[in-house]
Design a protein around this ligand. Structure first.
Ligand code: NDP
Length: 473
């Protein structure tokens, strides 16, 4: 036995991770349920195949590994993980580590950890972000589970992780579940970020009447400003690509219907469960849901007519700068919501999630990598950490500075029939937080009338009931 680690599941993610591991000088045993994929992965690996051991059976795989064994699963999330674990178990020894590196629901990771630990095995639930490119050249890695088990595979994970100014973007998040919880919120934030960028694109396209090429130029300018990020970079790439068949910008021939695999929705569900507002993330999840409800959209379009989106102004540098500020405020608020959900989850589950570390390891390798995360990491390094990113002086300043533009732009957008669900959710969230007094006084009155729930008064302590009149007089 000579392999340091096994990678099981050699689709896009698994085969690229295996090559990454091999490249860093580790011996990696590779296995896939369908053998043909194993052969394909070996062929694709070229010279790196020298550090890879192709295994065509579980027996071969287990025999190839140095004990105590470390087996990293990169199979389809859900049942495939349990089925693979069941196949492996009879061949494993106590102390062997099973690492689920797919996009598991963190609740499943906790359950798998409990079951495997009870049988004497070790388990790690590890979130890996960065897609194919990240897997091959350095993903962002969020590990959860037994700390000793993490220490044993840490050299491999650190070696393959992305680097930001030389530091690996890999960290231990906490006990089982913590790694996949953080990965889930990473994806929830990613949904919001993508949706907001798409809304900004829509405002330039339909609101300012700009061409795709001109919008690409604007986004390119933003790649060196406060919005600098991987997602803005690939937005430029998307907008600059032409469809060879029609000669049109490719975005114009792509069906406006997006799928989702679950992590965005899980983020919104966890937020609701924890009682933490994550309206921008929820709006983005819902926007994807609506986008795929094509039949309903067509029926509503036919019944009520088109949205008749009007102009929100002319394409002046000022109007474009206002959209940039709107997106900047929206982005900070969406991230603040995502981090709040993590802070609440951390408290609820007693994880002590390292928020500054999380922002730090998201600075490279992952899909939401951006300049802003550097500042977020600094914000959470303060003692005491801010109760919300909105309260960090730097972000508070940026929000305040952007707010007039955001209010004006989104006000026009709504008045002119544009759908800007994530950006307006973020703005509404802030308006609610800022207001010295909300309209929930009336809700409290209603609750007391129909359910005798009582209310507190602003001028007296204790619970009160209203002197409700018996009807509308
Ligand atoms: P897929 O999610 O498409 O899964 C395909 C792989 O799972 C194949 O190796 C397949 O084997 C295996 N598999 C499916 N069902 C079973 C089963 N019942 N038993 C054993 N093996 C099974 O692959 P990806 O590479 O896209 O993703 C892998 C994991 O990484 C997923 O959890 C995904 O959510 C996550 N992820 C993906 C990212 C991406 O950009 N694609 C980014 C970050 C995480 P076979 O060849 O035999 O069918």
């Amino acid at each position: 036995a000579q392999a340091d680690i096994a990678v099981i599941g050699l689709a896009v993610m698994g085969r690229n991770l295996a090559m990454n591991i091999a490249e860093k000088g580790f011996k990696v045993a590779v296995y896939n349920r369908s053998s043909s994929r194993t052969d394909e992965a070996m062929a694709e690996a070229g010279d790196l195949a020298g550090n890879m051991i192709a295994c065509h059976s579980i027996e071969e795989l287990v025999a190839a590994l140095k004990p105590p064994r470390a087996l990293l699963l990169m199979v389809k999330a859900g049942e495939a993980v349990d089925q693979t674990v069941e196949l492996l178990k009879p061949h494993l020894s106590k102390g062997d580590i099973i690492i689920d590196a797919g996009n598991a629901n963190y609740r499943d990771s906790i359950a798998r950890n409990d079951a495997l630990t009870a049988e004497g095995f070790q388990f790690l639930g590890v979130g890996v972000s960065g897609g194919e490119e990240g897997a091959r050249h350095g993903p962002s890695i969020m590990a959860g589970g037994n700390k000793d088990a993490f220490a044993r595979v840490e050299p491999v994970l650190m070696a393959i992780a992305a680097r930001y100014e030389g530091t690996p973007c890999c960290a231990y998040m906490g006990p089982a579940g913590a790694g996949h919880f953080v990965k889930t919120l990473h994806n929830g934030i990613e949904y919001a970020d993508m949706q907001m960028i798409a809304e900004a694109y829509g405002l330039m396209r339909a609101g300012l009447g700009m061409s795709t090429a001109a919008i690409a130029d604007v986004f390119e300018g933003w790649t060196s400003g406060p919005l600098a990020s991987y997602l803005i970079e690939i937005t430029v790439q998307a907008l600059r690509t032409t469809d060879p068949a029609t000669g049109k910008p490719i975005v114009d021939v792509i069906l406006d219907s997006a799928g989702q695999k679950g992590t965005g929705r899980w983020s919104a569900i966890e937020a609701l469960d924890l009682g933490v507002p994550a309206s921008a993330i929820a709006a983005a999840v819902e926007a994807r849901g609506l986008s795929s409800a094509r039949a309903l959209r067509q029926a509503v379009n036919a019944a009520l007519g088109d949205a008749e989106r009007g102009s929100i102004g002319s394409a002046t540098p000022e109007a474009v700068a206002d959209i940039e500020k709107t997106l900047l405020a929206g982005k900070i608020l969406a991230y603040a919501q995502g981090f709040d959900v993590m802070a609440a989850g951390s408290k609820q589950f007693g994880w002590d999630l390292p928020l500054a570390e999380i922002a730090r390891i998201w600075r490279a390798g992952c899909i939401i990598r951006s300049r802003m995360l550097d500042r977020m990491s600094e914000a959470y390094s303060a003692t005491p950490a801010p109760a919300s990113l909105i309260l960090d002086p730097d972000f508070a300043g940026q929000i305040k500075e952007s707010l007039p533009a955001a209010r004006k732009t989104l006000g026009h957008a709504v008045a002119e029939g544009h759908a800007v669900p994530a950006l307006t959710s973020a703005l509404n969230y802030l308006q609610q937080l800022r207001a010295s007094r909300s309209t929930v006084d009336l809700v409290q009155a209603q609750r007391d009338i129909f359910g005798a729930h009582g209310f507190e008064r602003i001028d007296q302590p204790g619970a009160h009931h209203g002197p409700w009149h018996s009807g509308a007089e």
